[in-house]
Design a protein around this ligand. Structure first.
Ligand code: FES
Ligand code: FES
Length: 154
């Protein structure tokens, strides 16, 4: 067993978990933050993307114990009260989702992308989101949403 202390969305937590526990399972099963989804468990889909110490990571690729001492941001921590984050607002405005299953991970990946590159080209958006799969949208509206968010966040 491992004792894990971490801060998630500004709140400190401490849990004792099995050594093999993945960060995504700690978030979902131990902390009840089920906005982070599991689509594959094999590092393919990006549904589980969260930020760890400011970097977007697939939380199914990381052990919970590796996040000991880390600062984690999940989709639940993105909005400020009733005010959606500009990326969340852009996905809503541009219909950048259909079933919504990929959306939390997609949004966390976009937030990371725009942090690194506030004004991405279409090609840079494709490359930046190549680790996130969507089975519904055809990606066109997701790209529109990224561009709207980039404009809003300037
Ligand atoms: S659940 Fe983590 S990449 Fe698919
Ligand atoms: S909106 Fe359904 S998988 Fe992306």
């Amino acid at each position: 067993m491992s004792k894990v202390q971490l801060t998630v969305n500004g709140t400190k937590h401490e849990r004792e978990v099995e050594d093999r526990t993945l960060l995504v399972d700690l978030l979902r099963d131990h902390l009840g933050l089920t906005g982070t989804h599991i689509g594959c468990d094999t590092s393919q889909c990006g549904c589980c993307t969260v930020h760890v110490n400011g970097r977007a990571v697939k939380s199914c690729t990381m052990l919970a114990a590796q996040a000991n001492g880390a600062d984690v941001l999940t989709i639940e921590g993105l909005a400020e009260g009733d005010k959606l984050h500009p990326v969340q607002q852009a996905f809503t405005d541009c219909h950048g989702l259909q079933c919504g299953f990929c959306t939390p991970g997609m949004i966390m990946a976009v937030v990371g992308l725009l942090k690194d590159n506030p004004n991405p080209t279409d090609e840079e958006i494709y490359q930046g989101l190549e680790g996130n799969l969507c089975r519904c949208t055809g990606y066109i509206n997701i790209v529109k949403a990224v561009k709207q968010a980039a404009r809003t966040m300037k």
